[in-house]
Design a protein around this ligand. Structure first.
Ligand SMILES: [Fe+2]
Length: 195
């Protein structure tokens, strides 16, 4: 069955991602290419206008929702949207073995990476190793197993996310309750028409 077409710029993005996969780009090279393509897509006025009506998900201490726009039938990559209220945040987490290319369409976020550090007395704790301020058009590539979080500024934020595989198809951990992490289900995947 023919699937429903998405916005033209998103269809072009999917076609170019599929071409990169078909050409044999693997691992980091594939997701760097994805980052270039996503940076272009984030400037599309039609996508930005569409995104103004996307419903808020974000972390409320219990659950988070991702809009699910697309899952590629051959290469498995998935397109998600994530909207945070002003001051909203993501729990501290990783994405297990998957790659993520995270782009902002609207608003400002502080994106933070963490590593487990050991104090002299042997206490292990999460330490911020990197913090970057991002705005519309910025792209962050998150390799497998990197511990991270995002904090929205004083405006609503809208992110467009490309994942190497759909959340729910791999194991990932949350780190709100300890440095070793605990399995988390990952964001709910809420199908949403992008057209
Ligand atoms: Fe994440």
């Amino acid at each position: 069955m023919e699937r429903t077409k998405m916005l033209p710029a998103v269809e072009k993005f999917v076609a170019e991602m599929r071409a990169a996969c078909a050409a044999g780009l693997e691992g980091e090279a594939r997701w760097r290419r994805c980052g270039e393509l996503l940076a272009g897509l984030l400037g599309d006025p039609e996508l930005k206008a569409h995104a103004r009506n996307w419903p808020v998900g974000g972390y409320d201490g219990r659950k988070v929702d991702n809009l699910l726009f697309y899952e590629d039938p051959d290469y498995g990559f998935a397109l998600n949207g994530l909207i945070k209220n002003p001051g909203g945040r993501a729990m501290i987490h990783d994405h297990g073995p998957s790659w993520t290319v995270y782009g902002l369409l609207e608003g400002e976020e502080r994106i933070v990476r963490f590593e487990v550090a050991t104090d002299e007395d042997g206490t292990r704790r999460l330490e911020e190793t990197m913090s970057i301020e991002c705005g519309p058009g910025d792209v962050d590539i998150v390799p497998p197993h990197e511990i991270h979080s995002e904090f929205a500024g004083d405006r609503k934020t809208v992110a467009f996310i490309v994942r190497s595989q759909r959340t729910g198809t791999f194991r990932q951990k949350g780190y709100e309750n300890g440095v070793d992490g605990e399995p988390i289900p990952g964001p709910n995947q809420v199908p949403y028409a992008l057209g």
